[in-house]
Design a protein around this ligand. Structure first.
Ligand SMILES: [Zn+2]
Length: 180
């Protein structure tokens, strides 16, 4: 019976996937609400089953093998990369929102520029104090720990637009190329 079920699931893989997808779409609010009401569900489970999860992962990896994963990766490379990029984009958005809230607003502290985020640099006032570039946070999910580290790091920074930042680092003895 179990074998039959397994065969059925393999045969109808796409159908099941589509069904699950539709279910999630239809019940998005319900699912979101459930996770909102159980914010620690995943965390608690992971915490309580650390060894179990570790063992499962190890078993899975040994069973399927690196080769299988690599084959899968090669076959699905475009989709995986696209998903990854989408995820990172989402993280960056969350970080920008956090920084915006933290500062009040994101803009150049010298000239007030505030149009495009990528034109804003986080300039460390004292290079000796620099532990992480602010941009290095954006590819990862904003966890509570990372947010705390970012807040500490950002205290050491001035927000400057690319032009003001460039001016700041432009050697003063190149005076003949300064316009003013
Ligand atoms: Zn500026």
């Amino acid at each position: 019976m179990n074998d039959y079920k397994k065969q059925w699931r393999i045969k109808n893989k796409e159908k099941i996937k589509e069904y699950n997808k539709q279910y999630r779409l239809k019940n998005k609010d319900k699912i979101d609400k459930w996770y909102e009401e159980h914010p620690n569900y995943n965390k608690t489970y992971q915490k309580n089953n650390k060894e179990k999860i570790k063992k499962q992962r190890k078993n899975y990896y040994q069973k399927t093998g690196k080769e299988k994963w690599e084959n899968y990766y090669q076959k699905n490379r475009d989709r995986l990369l696209k998903n990854h990029q989408k995820k990172v984009k989402g993280y960056k958005k969350q970080w920008i929102k956090l920084i915006n809230e933290h500062y009040g607003k994101i803009q150049c502290q010298r000239c007030g520029y505030k149009k495009i985020f990528r034109n804003i640099d986080f300039h460390h006032r004292d290079p000796k104090e620099k532990e992480y570039p602010i941009s290095s946070f954006f590819a990862n999910k904003p966890s509570q720990k990372r947010i705390e580290i970012l807040k500490e790091e950002i205290k050491k920074c001035d927000m400057l637009c690319k032009i003001c930042h460039g001016e700041h680092h432009y050697p003063k003895d190149f005076i003949d190329s300064w316009l003013l």
